[in-house]
Ligand binder design. Structure first.
Ligand code: ATP
Length: 235
């Protein structure tokens, strides 16, 4: 059974239709990329899944409808949304930001163990753990945002453009960490505009254009797709 099963999903802002008949699935532990230009509906899709935006259609997680659940309950079910723009608590330390990701948990020892896992994934955060988040580079802040989402022990991690505005070297590190997260058993649905790196790390990719799925398939096949090569890889 798919971990996330979406059929005929639609979402609108007022009268404007932002998602139309989107069908997509994520299997347990799979890393799935969502590519598409600005305004294609990628953020809207992730917001619909985390229930921060109303939608219609089928939205099933672990066999149960997410439409029955409010956003805070969705977190409790095991879906953590790492939004575009990171949204850290800028004046708080790195450690405090990470602890806030575990706000629904009471298992203190396991929380500390998970914090150590985040530090193993992003060693620079261990060095900077007592620094205010605002003093970190954009790439390091993105690492905190991903780490904070992991502190909720998700089964499914939703990442909205994790590489946007980040220097090349850190970008590669972040994509490699995302692959490691999915290899550890956490499914990831990642909206991105960096097609090259997304096709490098993702198992499968969906391409959204004008709120609809224009293409989908395994990354290995999508790399040879003419439309993908021309529009997204520029070759
Ligand atoms: P980007 O990479 O720019 O974030 P995206 O693929 O994530 O693009 P969305 O942000 O999901 O795209 O936007 C999809 C459509 O919905 C666009 O036409 C956008 O203008 C519109 N839209 C997004 N947010 C709102 C909003 N709060 N109110 C009205 N329309 C919106």
């Amino acid at each position: 059974m798919a971990l996330l099963d979406i059929q005929q999903l639609a979402a609108r802002y007022g009268k404007a239709l932002a998602l139309e008949s989107v069908s997509l699935d994520v299997q347990p532990g799979e890393l799935v990329g969502v590519l598409g230009p600005n305004g294609a509906g990628k953020s809207t899709l992730l917001k619909a899944i985390s229930r921060t935006l109303p939608s219609s259609g089928t939205l099933q997680f672990n066999g149960a409808s997410l439409h029955q659940h409010a956003p805070h309950q969705v977190v409790g079910l095991g879906i953590c949304h790492c939004p575009e723009g990171r949204r850290l608590f800028a004046e708080l330390t790195v450690r405090k930001n990470l602890e806030l990701g575990a706000y629904l948990r009471r298992d203190r020892e396991d929380i500390e163990a998970d914090m150590q896992k985040v530090f193993a994934l992003f060693p620079v955060l261990r060095e900077r753990c007592d620094q205010q988040a605002a003093t970190l580079s954009g790439g390091q802040q993105q690492m905190v945002a991903i780490g904070r989402a992991l502190m909720g022990r998700p089964k499914l991690l939703l990442l909205d453009e994790p590489s946007v505005g980040i220097a090349h070297r850190l970008k590669i590190e972040i994509f490699d960490a995302i692959r490691a997260i999915s290899a550890s058993g956490v499914a990831v649905l990642m909206a991105e505009q960096d097609a090259l790196n997304t096709l490098r790390v993702a198992n499968r990719v969906f391409v959204l254009e004008n709120g609809k799925v224009a293409r989908s398939g395994r990354s290995a096949e999508m790399k040879d797709d003419d439309h993908i090569r021309r529009i997204y890889l520029g070759v």
